[in-house]
Design a protein around this ligand. Structure first.
Ligand code: CA2
Length: 149
């Protein structure tokens, strides 16, 4: 059975489409899940899509990805800017890691312009709203096939 691409979402992303639509859009996280499933299936992959508000759970899921995932797409949300624990867990992975953000971090507040996750990720997709996830899935699929050849 081929391993899925883990799509991991950090804190408050469950509020997507419900609060602050002027920043994060009207698309819900469930809509994002659907977009990712369709995009991944078109590229021959399955996804395992998860969201948590807990830093420890996010670390547990990243550790699980070491054995159970083909790649990780991660929107760490606020933990991207604060969590050395999430960075350390990601650094233990040998599979592709694609960091994904809805908003364009480079144009936002200073504290959002850097993430710890970027130190472990192969690359970053930021600023395209829900489309960032589809682009991140494409990048992950590309990295998986490059690693296999
Ligand atoms: O742009 C992104 O995807 C972010 O990861 C979103 C995080 C933010 O802390 C990062 O700097 C950038 C916020 C996720 C919470 O999303 C909400 C959505 C609706 C209402 C409130 C929060």
């Amino acid at each position: 059975m081929p391993k899925p691409i883990y799509v991991l979402n950090g804190p408050n992303l469950n509020l997507l489409g419900v609060r602050e639509p002027h920043i994060y859009g009207k698309t819900t996280l469930d809509d994002v899940r659907g977009l990712c499933e369709v995009r991944a299936a078109a590229l021959g992959h399955a996804i395992d899509f998860r969201q948590t508000n807990s830093e420890g759970t996010l670390v547990d899921w990243i550790q699980q990805a070491r054995t159970d995932a083909a790649a990780v797409v991660i929107n760490p949300a606020g933990y991207g800017h604060t969590s050395v624990a999430v960075l350390d867990a990601l650094k233990a992975l040998t599979i592709p890691i694609v960091e994904c953000h809805l908003s364009h971090l480079a144009t936002r507040e200073d504290f959002r312009r850097k993430t710890y996750v970027s130190l472990a990720a192969t690359g970053l997709v930021s600023g395209f709203g829900a489309k960032s996830y589809e682009l991140a899935i494409e990048a992950a699929a590309d990295l998986i096939s490059r690693a296999a050849s």
